[in-house]
Design a protein. Structure first.
Length: 288
């Protein structure tokens, strides 16, 4: 089970001293350019360019500091969609963003690969939300981004909560297997955050080949995982098409016959603290 190393055993690390050191290290804002034009130390006019960045901005920034979110902020795959209601949105297009005069742009992929360089050349600071490959890395991204947004202490609290939730998970019987499935017939093996979620919940991943791949139809002919973990089937975000493996009778029969633990697409759409909702759901269902 993945355990965040951030909050070590107080008896071995000096507990309060460690917390104080971390707080001092993370104080302030980690903006990648000099003081914002507004004169404030922390950004006061923040624009988010994509729905993964939206989640962090909505979590760690007060509403009156948010200039605009991405057009996807209220979509069903956006975990913080309720918090996004009523806030302005902007297309991730340079002209549309710059005219708002932000003092910080937050992005993961929004605006394309050259967006960060372009905005910096225009004098607009950018925070790129890091990519997390496992749960410990999610904690690091949370800390880094919360600091950039002026909410370092809140970031520490979120990471502490992740670790507490991991420690409280029930333990399924050894050897329980789960197969992640999407409407497009894609699954995920070792080397992905979905795999880390499955493992953190105490299950074994039925898909043993690394990366994102079509569901293993040949193996499903003669093997049945203990659980099917369907994601996005409520919204069909990953729309099935005529050539999708999900059209195959083996896939549909396994989906209908298997014991299901549904995963909300918003839990896994971005690498963030809310993946713990998926971990807890899997662990609780498998332990039963």
């Amino acid at each position: 089970m993945a355990v965040l190393s951030l909050t070590a055993n107080p008896s071995r690390t000096g507990g309060g001293l460690l917390a104080a050191a971390l707080a001092a290290m993370l104080a302030g804002c980690g903006v990648d350019s000099p003081e914002p034009a507004s004169g404030h130390r922390c950004p006061q006019r923040i624009v988010s360019l994509d729905f993964c960045a939206d989640q962090y901005v909505l979590k760690f920034v007060e509403r009156d500091r948010i200039l605009a979110l991405s057009p996807d902020a209220e979509r069903e795959f956006s975990y913080m969609r309720d918090e996004a209601a009523g806030l302005p949105s902007v297309r991730p297009v340079a002209e549309d963003v710059i005219i708002l005069k932000p003092d910080l742009v937050v992005r993961t992929y929004g605006g394309g690969p050259g967006a960060a360089t372009m905005f910096r050349r225009a004098g607009v600071p950018v925070h790129n939300v890091g990519w997390a490959e496992d749960i410990e890395a999610v904690g690091e991204v949370v800390l880094e981004t919360a600091r950039a947004l002026g909410s370092a202490q809140q970031g520490l609290a979120v990471v502490s909560e992740i670790q507490d939730r991991l420690a409280a998970l029930p333990s399924p019987e050894p050897g329980v297997e789960g197969l992640y499935m999407t409407p497009s017939g894609v699954t995920s093996g070792p080397g992905s955050l979905v795999h880390e979620i499955i493992v953190a919940a105490g299950l074994e991943n039925f898909q043993t080949r690394p990366g994102w791949r079509p569901i293993p139809l040949e193996r499903l002919v003669y093997e049945q995982p203990d659980f099917i973990l369907p994601a996005f089937f409520d919204s069909l975000t990953n729309h099935p098409h005529a050539w999708s493996p999900m059209r195959h009778p083996v896939a549909s029969s396994r989906l209908q016959a298997g014991e299901l633990i549904p995963i909300e697409g918003a839990w896994t759409a971005c690498g963030a603290w809310f993946l713990m909702d998926a971990v807890e759901t899997l662990a609780a269902a498998a332990a039963r």
